[in-house]
Write a protein that binds this ligand. Sequence first.
Ligand code: ITT
Length: 199
Amino acid sequence: MILYACSTNPGKLREFTLAAQQSGITGLELLPLPNIKEVTPPEETGATFQENAAIKALYYSGFTDELVFAEDSGLEVDALGGEPGVFSARYSGTDVTDEANNQLLLENLRHKLNRHGRFVCVIGVAKGGKLLTTVSGAVEGEILRAPQGSNGFGYDPLFFYPPLNQCFGELTTEAKFEVSHRGKAVRALFDWLKRSAPR
Ligand code: ITT
């Protein structure tokens, strides 16, 4: 069975490649959607991760007859009323770097004592223009006062994970995937595939 991962984010795609190796599902080929770089991405107009995951999965399912999934994810910070949330990738503007987003987050949290937040990931699965399911995962942590580590992507260098006493920017892809929002959501996706994927 072919399953296309529809994302333009190289950090996410690295984690999906690892997930494919770990799936343990016989005959599963989890691959990036061919030529996704040539496709104009859909506008992420949803107010929630759930809505945007559905928008992306439905949109990309129009480019193939195979089963596809897309995900919307981001960081919710309690002291900022849940921001950056669905705007995580565009927090400091459009076409910005992870570093610029991280700087803005640090700036906005400068005087905040409560540094608690979570990463959330919602995956939408679609085929032939129909949304088949959504699954999700989340992980709680604390926002650091300065970046730490050079692994991962996005807000990873600022996301401290107390159970491991390390920040996501210090974890290997494998160690992060064991505990992360995306790892949880992808494992839920694999459970769904085992139970009810269309043949
Ligand atoms: P696609 O829509 O093509 O998948 P994108 O990067 O635009 O790529 P999103 O709209 O879902 O994806 O934005 C997700 C942003 O949330 C991402 O760019 C990071 O800034 C942040 N983020 C999500 N998961 C993360 C993780 O595991 N580690 C660090 N930052 C993460």
